[in-house]
Design a protein around this ligand. Structure first.
Ligand SMILES: [Zn+2]
Length: 400
């Protein structure tokens, strides 16, 4: 059976489910739920899958109450495992990142792939991974730690965007430092000389970051804010705390930058006589390119008639799909909700776009696109081998 025939059949399955899929998109948008509390979304998504014949649906996977994994393996031959990722958490301002559409694209494509796998007895496993907490918390990282991606051959995830649709390229890795300076309080007017000023240490730390920026590679981002700066003007501040976020495309550059920022804090502590404690928290890892899968994504976007940007442009955002892509070849198409101009996610305007007329096209188109890409992977073992060869080569790079 030709791939193109199977793809057409998958497309029909999605079109038959269109009304249901769009209703789910609206429901999730109207019921925004923050990271790890996405109970309504989990229910509506898993209800849809159960209704449409997924017999293996597990909720609360990887010790996350609002996660789920649904699978189908019609022939009993487990390999290859194709993972489609779903996201469904919102921001405090609602669905301003359009995760309602990511959710719908994951169940729409999974249903279509299941139907054609069953009909044509295609070997392999389709695994829909319901991933809570993309905006904060990193559900995919928790799934990785619990082995959900261990046997996965290829991972797919759609994300809405604006401007021209594209295959997302590199994005930044993040690292967070919580810095606390501890000194000694004293009467600020009568006996300041008895105190050790923890706010002085913080002032020196922030000044040092400002100076050290010039010696950091241009791609490094450093942002920070003062969390605790003292409690009264009458008291020498005994404790101050700040949060710093350091970002970079390359992990080696990131490690070096983190070391320099830590030295700024340690130096400020020595200069003022404070003690300094630093809590280090590795964050999301940046996405990496996979040229083999980029080609698959673009071919299928062309087949489905969506204009696509040249190359795989980098962006400054961060996503826990980057952590997945470090261990499994992954494809992350960005599908546009507003083709005329590029605007920012996480805004009121993007929230409205995520439920606009165009969002209906994006939800259905993305379901078809992910189904097409999954079908290519199921039918072509060479493609999977090539994608893995590329990932292994990139893993060898010192900048990985
Ligand atoms: Zn997002």
């Amino acid at each position: 059976m030709e791939a193109v025939t199977i793809k057409k059949e998958a497309e029909q399955v999605i079109e038959q489910a269109e009304e249901e899929l769009l209703a789910i998109s609206r429901y999730i948008h109207e019921n925004p739920e923050l990271a790890f509390t996405e109970f309504k979304a989990q229910k509506v998504l898993t209800d849809f899958l159960a209704k449409h014949g997924f017999s293996k649906i597990e909720k609360g996977v990887s010790e996350m109450e609002t996660s789920f994994v649904a699978e189908c393996c019609p022939t009993g031959v487990k390999e290859p495992v194709i993972a489609i990722c779903g996201e469904y958490d919102a921001l405090p301002i609602g669905h301003a990142c359009g995760h309602n559409l990511i959710a719908v694209s994951s169940i729409g494509s999974a249903l279509a792939v299941k139907e054609v796998m069953e009909k044509h007895e295609l070997e392999g496993t389709l695994r829909l991974v319901g991933c809570p907490a993309e905006e904060s918390g990193g559900g995919k990282i928790i799934h990785i730690a619990h082995g959900v991606f261990d046997d996965v051959a290829i991972a797919l995830l759609m994300h809405p965007t604006s401007g021209v649709s594209r295959i997302a390229g590199k994005c930044k890795s993040e690292f967070e430092l919580d810095v606390t300076f501890t000194g000694k309080t004293a009467h600020a007017e009568a006996h300041p000389e008895d105190g050790i000023n923890a706010l002085d240490a913080m002032t020196l730390f922030f000044t040092a970051i400002g100076l050290v920026r010039q010696q950091l590679p241009k791609e490094i981002g450093v942002s920070y804010f003062l969390q605790e700066g003292g409690i009264s003007e009458c008291l020498i501040p005994e404790q101050t705390t700040a949060k710093c976020l350091i970002t970079s495309f390359g992990s080696l550059a990131l490690t070096n930058a983190v070391e320099k920022i830590k030295r700024c804090a340690e130096g400020a502590a020595i200069a003022t006589g404070c003690t300094c404690s630093i809590n280090e928290m590795p964050g999301y890892l940046g996405r990496i390119d996979n040229d083999v899968l980029e080609k698959v994504g673009k071919q299928n976007m062309a087949l489905l008639g969506e204009p696509v940007m040249a190359g795989a442009p980098a962006d400054n955002g961060a996503t826990d799909f980057g952590n997945v892509q470090r261990i499994v070849p992954g494809l992350n198409p960005y599908i546009s909700l507003l083709t005329e101009e590029k605007i920012s996610n996480h805004t009121e305007q993007f929230k409205q776009l995520a439920i606009s007329k165009r969002s209906e096209y994006v939800g259905i188109f993305s379901s078809k696109l992910l189904a097409y890409c999954a079908i290519d992977c199921l039918l072509d073992s060479q493609l999977i081998e090539d994608a893995w060869a590329e990932l292994r080569e990139r893993q060898q790079s010192p900048e990985f």
